[in-house]
Design a protein around this ligand. Structure first.
Ligand code: ADP
Ligand code: MG
Length: 457
């Protein structure tokens, strides 16, 4: 068996156990350059793939290589090296050859547009116009730090990081796809936010805005400004490209924008809700462009990832929620982080706005003074109950503004004058005499009630 045959068999085995996207991403343009003395050198196209194979697929590759070659292998080295002749011998080399490069004349034409004077607007992002967006049209909260990495998104996340550290060089374009609410916009904007550290020629937009801008530019005779704006960037982020389907004029324009940026090693990052091939009514040549760099999918989050996201959001809100509740939310919200966040917000706001009841206050007072609820709320006139009852009356009146007759009822059917007397007595101590000791007792009880709202509505 030649090295090529061995590697082809290994690839055949690997392919079965991986998704197509993963397989192409990690094994395209790989080959064996040497197999001697039980040592194998596997060549890979770049450092990103090298690291990924070493960390994620090494065991699998080793096992498969041993079984295919029927030899014990002592060492595998992953080496960055491109195949010299354009690959005629692997399926995936073949596939890549289909990615036709744009004709030279095309690119010459495009450079003319760029030769024009610099457009003032060319760093302006889409007209998002929302206050919470920075000048690049990016939401500053969408950062890598705020992005939880799980099995479902680690590939996309790693690719985004690789891209931002090597604009225009690692993968161009990077195409991220996945269902609604799974973090595509977050990742695209995280790239944008990170890139602001070293360039301000960043443009984030959605394909809908791109389309609208284009149509408007054509109608108002500002095609040149449009071209300048989109072609004069170091980083172009286009969200939701699936909406370009069926819009022929826009696709044509985008095709040229794309080629020009790609040829100038300017980074393009695209997102879509489905893989390039599945976008309806989109030109073949655009599909092949979209696939010509790296395609990474975001899958459905597993329960651990969802929990980690919830825990992070809870921390940001500084609102402690029991793990059980988080698990419940994570288990019941399936595939959409947006919906997951919404559910969390609803739970938090429900808890926050539910007002306390007099019973809960009596219970807390009982805990603080170590007296059972039934004694405190009962009719016994024992001496040791008098003081805690007065404190309970004070807090109920103060915080819930409950009427004196109702307070009397809550506490063993006492007369409303008893409740009024108790309230006035404690209020005088705290508010007029500044009695710190009593104030502290009241505060401690309130602390026992924790984060609970004292609103009476
Ligand atoms: P998409 O663009 O794929 O529809 P978004 O990027 O708008 O989804 O994500 C929806 C919400 O979920 C956003 O608020 C985003 O911050 C959050 N989100 C998604 N994935 C993650 C993640 N892995 N870590 C933290 N937040 C996430
Ligand atoms: Mg989105």
């Amino acid at each position: 068996m030649t090295n090529e045959q061995i590697w082809q068999s290994v690839l055949g085995e690997m392919e079965v156990s991986l998704s197509r996207v993963n397989f192409i991403t990690w094994f395209k343009d790989t080959f064996i350059s040497s197999f001697e003395n039980n040592k194998v050198i596997i060549c890979v196209p770049n450092g990103f793939v090298k690291k990924w194979l070493e960390e994620k697929y090494h065991k699998n590759i080793l096992k498969t290589l041993e079984s295919v070659s029927q030899q014990k292998i002592n060492d595998i080295i992953y080496k960055i090296e491109l195949r010299k002749s354009s690959g005629t011998n692997t399926v995936y080399g073949q596939e890549q050859k289909n990615y036709d490069l744009p004709a030279k004349t095309d690119s010459n034409q495009q450079t003319k547009y760029l030769a024009g004077e610099q457009n003032e607007n060319n760093n302006k992002p889409n007209q998002a116009g929302q206050a919470s967006y920075n000048r690049f049209g990016l939401n500053p909260k969408y950062t890598f730090e705020n992005f939880i990495v799980g099995k479902n998104n680690e590939l996309a996340h790693a690719a985004c990081k690789a891209v931002v550290n090597n604009l225009g060089k690692a993968y161009n374009p990077l195409f991220i796809y996945g269902g609604v609410g799974l973090g595509k916009t977050h990742l695209l904007q995280a790239i944008g936010n990170e890139a602001t550290k070293f360039t301000d020629k960043i443009l984030y937009t959605t394909s809908e805005k791109f389309t609208n801008n284009y149509v408007q530019a054509v109608q108002t005779g500002k095609g040149k400004d449009f071209k300048n704006m989109y072609r004069n960037v170091d980083l172009l982020l286009i969200d939701d490209v699936q909406f370009m389907g069926g819009k022929d004029g826009t696709q044509e324009e985008f095709f040229h924008t794309f080629n020009e940026l790609q040829q100038g090693d300017k980074q393009i990052v695209l997102s879509s809700d489905r893989p390039p091939k599945s976008i309806p009514a989109i030109e073949k040549r655009l599909i092949s462009r979209f696939e010509s760099g790296m395609v990474a999918d975001i899958g459905k989050p597993d329960i651990e990832t969802k929990l980690a996201i919830l825990e992070k959001k809870i921390k940001e809100k500084n609102f402690p929620l029991e793990k059980d509740i988080l698990v419940y939310i994570a288990e019941n919200i399936q595939n959409n982080i947006c919906v997951l966040e919404g559910a969390l917000n609803r739970v938090v706001s429900n808890i926050q706005s539910r007002s306390l009841t007099p019973k809960e206050i009596i219970d807390a007072v009982g805990k603080f003074y170590n007296i059972p609820f039934k004694d405190l709320a009962g009719s016994s006139r024992k001496k040791e109950l008098v003081w805690p009852r007065q404190i309970a009356i004070y807090i109920i009146r103060e915080e819930l503004n409950t009427s004196y007759p109702s307070i009397g009822n809550e506490l063993g059917g006492r007369d409303h004058t008893t409740a009024m007397h108790a309230y006035n007595k404690i209020a005088q101590e705290i508010k007029e005499k500044g009695n710190e000791k009593i104030k502290q007792e009241v505060d401690s009880v309130k602390q026992l009630l924790g984060n609970r709202s004292f609103s009476s509505v």
